[in-house]
Design a protein around this ligand. Structure first.
Ligand code: ADP
Ligand code: ZN
Length: 656
């Protein structure tokens, strides 16, 4: 614990929040976390993406530096983003800098001198940087002078191999604690699963830190998981009908698919880009910058993209392939709607996803059997979510140990899926797999099994005499897609295994085998309930309607209506913001968030005082941009009447 007291004359955290950041109040546990850390306590902060973790160390950093404790070191895995983070702080009037490998010796020396003069409030550095002899020397010098205020370890789950972003460099961060045991530390993450959390606590020696665990709910995100029929067409329709002209991320599993999909979206006239680890760093950086800086871009990417992307106005995250586990899904979808406005998490999912994910685990040559077992359980939890008919949010939060009520803002709540009793069909399918295996002594694939069930006489069926089996033709009442749905459910529920085999001629094919749990269904001891495929194929999703419960529960929806005058002001404000952002070489949202611009446009301010109360405008920004904003707001020719929707029909107030 730090011994230097914070004097009562120092600004209170709430003053810093409003003065520097322009926000009226703390969110959730922010206040408690900030008070604890300012007082010199260690903290572990678990908060969902968009929950507001940054302020939890930025405000203590400001308060502690004011009180003479020196600099807060922020360890963050992505060098690429430090520039924007530091830019955002600078815009708000906070002295911040980053150390990275692109700086010259002189630049680094200058920074070091500034640090030793106690002129910096926050210093961002990558974990590999912390371990360099030069950095260790610097930290020691600062510590000797009492100028090492706090360590904030962002994305702390990177320390754990159970998390989805394991980074070996994070392991050495335990050295910080060992070398500077009296400097307070906080670790922050949006990853909530128990295994990763425990590992993180042990690795970073945070046993005695106070743990702050927030609700992981993201009420403004609407979750939908739809049956995959023609993924590309489905995606295009989703974007065009729901998110035309808006920023979004599309996740695919392979690099090849990323490029295909990006090309397809571009052909359809969208501002789409591909991003994966196969592109060189410069191309990736350019594309990421464009995504951050330009309005309405769609990034099609592998999971190489996204960590630390704190673009607040991503309106949708789409998954064209299923992720590995719920942690990954939740982290990726969490990149939507950080600004609290309505956003979509949309995934298409099919039989092949299940088979592929299982196979990736089974065939991994690096993973130990214990590791594979953990991965299998995690995948099963995701499959249960995808197959499930209850509220997606209840399932998701339940996975993270949080109880909740049906949300009214997911596909299953808005459009309760029709359920059919597939027990009989499941038994037919299971016994068909069993009979075929018994009769031939070898396993066959899904297509063959379905042909037998549906009574098709293919050459292969005749060759093996499978048209003589008792199960031949017993499933003619169901369509092939229906059978696929049944099979997918059986595979997802671990009643059937799909195994990859290699023929003598070098071809690979999938075969189906029964697993022990199949017995219960075969004996009629367990029933199988499935979502109605036909229904979901027809009306994949309902459009957001004004009647949907979400509309009332989510504040500040993106499509909330502005009157004509406000809309015009918003357009002008956005254009002005783009120009300023370009000049400062920063993303537009670092200047002002969309929500702030909307509030300004709505309010039609006439004075700096009118601007002062608006969320997101702190003192520094008011000084720097206030008059400009007022000028831009005066630009529209006529003010719209406050309730006036039909501006065009109304005559302006001409002097008589
Ligand atoms: P996280 O790191 O947890 O994903 P951020 O720290 O990036 O989230 O915060 C998400 C957004 O919420 C940011 O745009 C931030 O400015 C905003 N925010 C955070 N705390 C508050 C608050 N108390 N009032 C208003 N906006 C806030
Ligand atoms: Zn729901």
């Amino acid at each position: 614990m730090s011994t230097l007291p914070i004097s009562p004359s120092q600004p209170a955290p709430l003053d810093i929040l409003s003065h520097v950041f322009g926000y009226a109040g703390f969110r959730g546990p922010q206040e408690a976390i900030i008070a604890h850390v300012i007082a010199g306590g260690d903290a572990l902060v678990l908060m969902p993406t968009g929950g507001g973790k940054s302020l939890c160390y930025q405000i203590p950093a400001i308060a502690r530096q004011n009180a003479g404790h020196g600099v807060t070191i922020v360890i963050s895995p992505l060098i690429a983003l430090m520039h924007d983070q530091v830019g955002a702080l600078t815009e708000a009037g906070v002295s911040a800098a980053f150390l990275n490998s692109t700086q010259t010796y002189e630049e680094s020396s200058q920074l070091e001198a500034q640090l030793l003069r106690n002129e910096l409030t926050l210093l961002y550095a990558a974990p590999e940087r912390i371990n360099t002899p030069r950095m260790k020397g610097l930290l020691t010098s600062l510590h000797e002078r009492g100028l090492l205020s706090l360590f904030a370890i962002d994305e702390a789950h990177c320390v754990s191999q159970w998390g989805h972003d394991f980074r070996p460099e994070y392991r050495s961060l335990s050295l910080l604690h060992e070398t500077f045991p009296d400097v307070p530390r906080m670790a922050l993450t949006a990853t909530a699963d128990a295994l990763t959390r425990q590992d993180m606590i042990e690795r970073l020696q945070l046993e005695s830190a106070r743990h702050f665990v927030s609700s992981f709910d993201r009420p403004n995100i609407r979750y939908s998981i739809v049956e995959k029929t023609d993924a590309t067409r489905q995606l295009l329709r989703f974007i065009q009908t729901e998110h035309h002209g808006e920023a979004g991320i599309v996740y695919c599993q392979s690099r090849k698919r990323v490029e295909e999909i990006a090309g397809m979206l571009e052909d359809a006239g969208l501002k789409a880009m591909a991003y994966h680890a196969g592109f060189d760093a410069k191309v990736r950086q350019q594309r990421q910058d464009r995504f951050l800086r330009e309005d309405g871009c769609v990034m099609v990417a592998t999971i190489a993209f996204g960590m630390g992307i704190d673009k607040p106005d991503v309106r949708f995250v789409a998954h064209l392939d299923m992720p590995k586990n719920i942690e990954g899904y939740y982290q990726e979808t969490g990149r939507a709607g950080r600004d609290g406005l309505a956003a979509d998490a949309w995934m298409v999912y099919g039989l092949q996803d299940v088979v592929n994910q299982r196979r990736m685990i089974d065939t991994s040559e690096v993973a130990s059997e214990e590791f594979k077992q953990v991965m299998r359980c995690k995948l099963d939890a995701l499959l249960t979510l995808a197959e499930g008919t209850r509220c997606r949010r209840v399932s998701l939060l339940g996975y993270f140990g949080e109880a909740s009520e049906p949300c009214g803002n997911c596909d299953n709540c808005l459009n309760p899926p029709a359920v059919w009793d597939a027990t009989e069909a499941a038994r037919k399918l299971l016994s068909c797999i069993y009979r075929v295996q018994q009769a031939s002594g070898i396993s066959f694939g899904a297509g063959h099994i379905m042909d037998i069930l549906r009574g098709k006489t293919s050459d292969k069926i005749v060759q093996y005499g499978h048209d003589k089996l008792s199960t031949f033709g017993i499933g003619a009442d169901l369509s092939e897609p229906q059978w696929r749905g049944v099979l997918r459910h059986l595979i997802a529920s671990n009643l059937v295994a799909s195994t990859l085999m290699h023929s003598a001629s070098g071809n690979s094919f999938n075969t189906l085998q029964l697993l022990p749990d199949a017995r219960q269904v075969l004996k009629g001891e367990a029933s199988v309930l499935l979502r109605q495929q036909v229904a979901s194929a027809k009306g994949e999703r309902t459009r957001r309607t004004s009647k949907s419960p979400a509309k009332t529960s989510v504040k500040g929806l993106a499509e909330a209506t502005l009157n004509a005058g406000a809309l015009e002001r918003l357009g002008l404000l956005k254009a002005w913001r783009t120009a300023v952002a370009k000049e400062h070489n920063l993303p537009p949202f670092v200047i002002f968030h969309d929500a702030t611009l909307r509030a300004i446009a709505e309010q039609a301010p006439h004075s700096l005082d009118d601007l002062r109360g608006i969320s997101g405008i702190g003192e520094k920004k008011l000084q720097a941009y206030g008059n400009e904003v007022l000028r831009v707001c005066r630009e529209p020719e006529f003010d719209a009447p406050d309730d006036g929707e039909n501006l065009q029909l109304q005559a302006p107030d001409w002097p008589e």
